[in-house]
Design a protein around this ligand. Structure first.
Ligand code: ZN
Length: 305
């Protein structure tokens, strides 16, 4: 039976079992190397405060398993903070997107994450599930397992199965060299899940010096045309969005009024390439996970062929 079908059957059976038994079955299945539904990976981490399942309300965190009435902060890609693990909306969307690939449920998956925003608890959880390493270029906030310059990655060819790279590429001067290096270190059929802040439709360099919170300079403000750069580098790629974002892009819903200090939604709609995006979360999922407003959430899924 194909692995995708095994995962689907497990998910169906798993939902019918009481949670205590479900946890035990998962633990045995994991040791036996059976691929498990990615949505539940955090349930397998039962030590410490990260990974405990609570059923406290309609909002939920796919990183630590918290659920409750409301996230902290405002509805924004950098906010909607989980009160337990401090994940932001984009942290949760990145792992949700990566969870589309059944391979990430395997303990043997070699995962590299560049500059994860979350600290020790998150990294320990990832290490518990995968062969996980975090890299930090600027080590003032966190000390990563390795230090990596994406333009010259000191790792062997084909040594990574899954690369998570949230909000890093915009800080790298030479995009083409960085993408070539990523392509080199990914194993055949390996994947990268890539997020950049996309506030306008087309890529441009900042007109005046721009820095993000950790004082790292921004070299590029990427738009939809990043997809073409990824394809030139040899990736099969599409942009994963929420159903709400897709409705804005197709004109089914009206864009919000322009805000000069925030996302230029009209420009995002104007430049969207037809057929280059895929819906990865429906309205119920986006509401539960805090992925609002919808136009702020996009992740490039890149497969190395
Ligand atoms: Zn959480």
């Amino acid at each position: 039976m194909p692995r995708r079908m095994v995962v689907k059957s497990l998910r169906t059976v798993g939902r019918c079992l009481p949670s205590g038994i479900r946890r035990r079955v998962r633990s045995v299945a994991r040791r036996a190397g059976v691929p498990l539904p990615a949505d539940y990976w955090w349930l397998m981490h039962e030590t410490g405060r990260v990974g405990r399942l609570a059923s406290g309300g309609p909002k939920r965190c796919n990183i630590c398993g918290w659920s409750g009435e409301t996230f902290l902060g405002v509805a924004h890609v950098e906010s909607a903070i989980c009160p337990v693990c401090s994940s932001s909306g984009r942290d949760r969307f990145l792992l949700w997107c990566a969870g589309r690939d059944d391979a990430v449920t395997l303990r043997s998956t070699r995962v590299l994450e560049t500059s994860p925003r979350l600290g020790a608890d998150y990294r320990a959880m990832m290490r518990h599930h995968f062969k996980y390493r975090a890299s930090d270029y600027d080590q003032s906030a966190h000390r990563g397992d390795i230090r990596i310059d994406l333009q010259r990655i000191e790792l062997p060819d084909a040594s990574i199965d899954l690369l998570l790279t949230p909000h890093v590429l915009e800080h790298v001067p030479d995009t083409a060299t960085a993408l070539a290096e990523i392509h080199r270190v990914l194993a055949p059929n390996g994947r990268m899940y890539l997020q950049v802040p996309m506030v306008r439709g087309k890529t441009s360099a900042p007109t005046e010096p721009e820095f993000h919170a950790d004082n790292t300079p921004v070299f590029w403000n990427f738009g939809w045309d990043l997809t073409g750069m990824l394809r030139t580098a040899g990736f099969e790629t599409q942009v994963l969005v929420t159903a709400g974002f897709a409705r804005l892009l197709t004109g089914e819903t009206e864009p919000p009024p322009p805000d000069p200090h925030d996302f230029d939604v009209a420009d995002l709609i104007k430049h969207v390439p037809i057929g280059d995006y895929t819906i990865a979360a429906d309205d119920g999922e986006a509401d539960a996970m805090g992925w609002l407003p919808p136009y702020q959430f996009a992740t490039w899924e890149c497969i190395r062929r």
